[in-house]
Design a protein around this ligand. Structure first.
Ligand SMILES: *Cc1c(COP(=O)(O)O)cnc(C)c1O
Length: 388
């Protein structure tokens, strides 16, 4: 019997074999011609995935939190006003990071499982001049999806920079950075981009770069400073050697493979695949009698789903039972609800078989817990949607 587990958490995800092979290839010099070519290709491919022709990509060692830190370090000066639209854990994190750089932070926090209304956002923007507004596209703690398009429009109307934390959405959820006018879209490699952890990835609009160039104070973070990285990104794109800090050569080789796969699938196809698999999974959970964290169906993310445990069972035991069926799921993340729910990632190279195996493992664990439900109803519900 093969001992292989299916990793269905909201990052790191299951990676494509070719991506992992690239990671294991001999490490090139960071100034070797083939590596320079690979880095340049990654920069060009990122624009295709982010759907922008004019944005400036940055590829830097670090996790998603560093991508957030990099944005705050470069775009915030002391006493700037920052508006954080929070739908959970990662909104709170953006507020904390912004404060470190001296921002006056206003948080508009949604109720758990809900979003902040556009009216409330506009009211806040009309009262005070904000330097930037941060949006969590998919908050990985709640599985809530925010529509960034109308918020970016409001930001433009009030001359505020819009920052999208897309760590759990880029290359999974629909994002059109240029058409929607979003100033920064940031992510990390290990989520829907499909590369092992270690890369902070962001694309910055020319407008945001202009705001950066108009800073009056130096950036208080040496490693994150755009002034250090911008010449490096431009050099690699021009296929020239350059050095500021040693790039993670193997991860960038793997990134090129994954970005090529994403572009080959096509962004529209990729958005639709995520929507279909997520719908199948959500409907399966509802058919099993389980409850979701998002308070309305249309607020549910397509990259992960947050589900309440059935009443009267111990969550940790339930998750270990699912694990014995060779499917690894994640527990809760919101401190106040941590033990009440679990999270299932379905992004990146996820396919129909993965989601069906996950539903089957959940059904088996429900059965082991003597929860009353109709065996197979989750699978049947999902199959109907997947076969449409
Ligand atoms: C995972 C995640 C982060 C943090 O990324 P790390 O790579 O863990 O630092 C930030 N925001 C969102 C929405 C995420 O899902």
């Amino acid at each position: 019997m093969k001992s292989r587990k299916l990793l269905m958490i909201p990052g790191p995800i299951e990676f494509e074999p070719k991506v992992l092979q690239a990671l294991g290839a001999p490490t090139a010099s960071h100034v070797a011609p083939n590596f320079i070519e690979s880095f340049g290709n990654c920069i060009e491919l990122m624009r295709k995935v982010w759907l922008t022709s004019t944005g400036q990509p940055f590829i830097v060692s670090g996790s998603g939190t560093f991508a957030m830190d990099m944005v705050a370090a470069n775009l915030i000066e002391p006493n700037d006003h920052v508006l954080v639209i929070s739908t959970g854990y990662f909104g709170e994190r953006f507020a904390e990071i912004s404060k470190r750089y001296g921002a006056n932070v206003t948080i508009l926090a949604a109720e758990i499982g809900d979003i902040v209304s556009l009216d409330d956002i506009e009211k806040a923007l009309s009262i005070k001049k904000y330097k930037l507004i941060t949006i969590t596209h998919v908050d990985t703690s709640t599985g809530v999806l925010v529509d960034p398009k109308p918020i970016a429009e409001l930001a433009k109307k009030y001359n505020t920079l819009s920052i999208l934390d897309g760590v759990c959405s880029v290359a999974g959820e629909e994002i059109r950075q240029e058409a929607w006018g979003i100033d920064v879209v940031l992510t990390a490699s290990q989520k829907a981009v499909g590369v092992p952890p270690g890369l902070a990835l962001l694309v910055v609009s020319q407008k945001a770069l202009g705001a950066f160039k108009n800073r009056k104070t130096p950036v208080c973070n040496y490693y994150a400073d755009f002034n250090n990285w911008l010449p490096i990104m431009q050099a690699y794109e021009n296929r020239q050697a350059s050095y500021f800090g040693t790039p993670p050569v193997n991860l960038i080789a793997a990134l090129e493979v994954s970005l090529r796969q994403i572009v080959a699938e096509g962004m529209e196809n990729r958005f639709l695949r995520h929507q279909k698999i997520a719908t199948a999974f959500r409907e399966a959970m509802l058919a099993l009698g389980l409850k979701l964290l998002p308070v309305y169906k249309n607020l549910s993310a397509n990259t992960l789903t947050a589900v309440y445990f059935p009443k009267n069972i111990t969550g940790s035991i339930f998750l270990s039972q699912v694990g014995k069926n060779d499917v690894i799921l994640a527990g809760g993340l919101l401190p106040s609800h941590k033990t009440l729910y679990f999270r299932v990632g379905h992004m990146g190279s996820v396919n129909n078989n993965d989601i069906l195996a996950t539903i089957a493992a959940i059904e088996s664990a429900l059965f082991a817990n003597k929860v009353s439900f109709e065996m197979g109803i989750g699978l049947k519900t999902a199959l109907k949607i997947l076969n449409k």
